[in-house]
Design a protein around this ligand. Structure first.
Ligand code: C5P
Length: 314
């Protein structure tokens, strides 16, 4: 949909429905700095969007409503506290249009999994309502609204592979020759609360056995440029991993099982409890996913690839 201008007599926006796909994210490197005065931690992270998607459909309506199916249906409030509704209202407020839409979410990204599913849904709502309402904002304008909704939301507007700084909301795309990486995403039963995982890291950092940070975003970016999964495997690292494993000790077994099944490397995704494993290629990822499923250490293991684009109409 082209941007609408006041002198335009075309109908504004789309008659709908508008369908938007938004990807899950993993963090190839997640460097967590100290807590800031606002309670957030200073981050240095390399985000990577992968091929597990939620899908949001937006239709014209007289009010703002949200329905959902799939992962976590029935567990998620669909009222004003839902990030999708908050995103639609934030866009409407910014653009000065009424927040009228019937939104339907098909979720495949598990809840509270460390895959930023809620942030993906918020990014999808921004892109879908922008098209439905014809508000014609640029990706950077959408990302600015996204930053008010959550630390990971701007990245999910952009997608691909990107460096995240600040509390994660300052996103710079990584320009690299296109390479597809193959992953296995091992989903756990039950979620982990992101604030609790950050609090556990702060607690561990105050003890004698404080976990040592591993690697750097720069080293990770250098590894990506070599386009060799064995090199990338050595550079993956997540400062939140010791905290997630401390709260959920069985994650150590999942990581061990992945290595035993031939993964090049395995890390906890974001704040967990999902674990992601790097495979040499697509076939390897299929084999590894089957092996992890058979080992019975996780609820499900899905092959995926990345990078993929951020939230966009399909
Ligand atoms: O920004 P978002 O709503 O996704 O953050 C969820 C929670 O994760 C925050 O309330 C905070 O406890 C923690 N967090 C943090 N530092 C960050 C990002 C998130 O401590 N950089």
């Amino acid at each position: 949909t082209e941007a609408w201008r006041p002198d335009d007599d075309r109908p504004r926006g789309s008659l709908g429905p508008v369908r938007v796909k938004a990807p899950a994210k993993i963090n190839l490197h997640l460097g967590v700095g100290p807590v800031r005065p606002d309670g957030f931690h200073e981050l240095n992270t390399v985000y990577h969007a992968i091929s597990i998607h939620d899908e949001l459909t937006a239709r014209r309506g007289d009010t703002l409503t949200l329905t959902m199916e799939g992962e976590g249906a029935g567990q998620l409030a669909l009222d004003d506290s839902n990030l999708v509704i908050r995103a639609a209202r934030a866009l409407a407020g910014h653009a000065g249009v009424p927040a009228h839409a019937r939104l339907h979410l098909r979720k495949r990204i598990p809840l509270a999994a460390g895959l930023a599913g809620g942030s993906a849904d918020a990014a999808a709502a921004l892109v879908a309502c922008d098209a439905l309402w014809g508000t014609g904002l640029s990706r950077d304008e959408l990302a600015a609204i996204a930053a008010t909704l959550g630390s990971d939301v701007p990245f999910l507007v952009h997608g691909g592979t990107a460096l995240g700084t600040g509390r994660g909301e300052v996103v710079s795309p990584v320009l690299a020759r296109p390479t597809t990486w193959h992953w296995v995403v091992a989903v756990a039963d039950g979620g982990l609360s992101t604030p609790q995982v950050y609090a556990e890291l702060d607690r561990l950092r105050g003890t004698a056995t404080a976990p040592t940070p591993r690697g750097s975003a720069d080293a990770l970016l250098a590894a990506l440029r070599q386009r060799d999964p064995r090199v990338l495997a050595e550079a993956l690292g997540n400062d939140l991993q010791p905290a997630a494993v401390s709260l959920r000790p069985e994650l150590a077994e999942v990581l061990k099982a992945g290595r035993a099944e031939g993964a090049l490397a395995g890390i906890v995704s974001g704040s967990g409890p999902t674990c992601v494993f790097l495979a040499a290629d697509g076939e390897d990822a299929e084999r590894l996913a089957a092996g992890l499923t058979a080992a019975g250490v996780c609820r499900a293991a899905h092959p995926a690839h990345g990078p993929v684009p951020g939230a966009r109409t399909s």
